[in-house]
Design a protein. Structure first.
Length: 194
DNA sequence: CGCACGATGCTCT
DNA sequence: GAGCATCGTGCGC
């Protein structure tokens, strides 16, 4: 399986689309879990919703690394979100991975995502940015600021020749709400709500 | 099914 | 001290 290759010239919006259909894997001591990326959001440097919009800080520092680095942050106290850094070095852009279609390690994902309710449906395992982080066993302490494909997390090239992609505004933000920077696989039942 | 709300703590002002 | 790129539960239909 060929790895996804990052091109220096590829801008963040085009990367956000290029990632749709690629497989994301995470290997831990418990095994491998993986899924096809079906939903992404781009965060650009002149974008008020972007974590790198103001200043470089301890939290957003990974966003200023080279394309292909991993940027993970804490949100709402109990969750984490996973991004792939894009743009040029020091530009501060990234793509948020919002949903996956589970492919490997379904049993493992079930255990990691277990709640009070039993038998979580496959389509609910990775249908949100923090859900997929849980399901894959991604952790800020372990994976933040590492280069993808040179650590426990791998990104494989798309196997289908073409995919149909829909573009909309982003979800769950207030600033920059009108910008059409969200992309998802047309017709997928694995994307996050709305 | 949809909607409203509370949990929970890191990050930056 | 306020805000936050979220999620699960509980309730009403």
């Amino acid at each position: 399986m060929p790895q996804f290759s990052f091109h220096k010239k590829q801008d963040t919006l085009s990367l956000a689309q290029a990632l749709i259909g690629c497989e994301l894997l995470c290997e831990t001591e418990n095994g491998v879990a993986a899924g096809i990326i079906v939903e992404t959001e781009a965060y650009l440097k002149d974008d008020p919703a972007c974590h790198a919009y103001n200043k470089k800080t301890a939290r957003n520092a990974p966003m200023f690394e080279a394309a292909g680095h991993i940027y993970i942050y804490h949100i709402y106290g109990m969750y984490q979100c996973f991004n792939i850094v894009s743009g040029k070095q020091d530009e501060g852009e990234a793509v948020l991975i919002r949903a996956l279609e589970p492919t490997q390690g379904l049993e493992l994902m079930m255990q990691r995502r277990a709640t009070k309710k039993q038998n979580l449906a496959t389509k609910d395992l990775c249908s949100g940015p923090s859900k997929l982080v849980q399901a894959l066993g991604i952790n800020i302490e372990v994976h933040n600021n590492k280069p993808i494909n040179a650590c426990e997390i791998s990104l494989l090239a798309r196997t289908k020749a073409t995919v149909e992609i829909v573009q909309t505004t982003r979800i769950g933000i207030v600033k920059g709400k009108e910008l059409p920077y969200r992309f998802y696989l047309k017709g997928s039942e694995y994307i996050s709500k709305k």
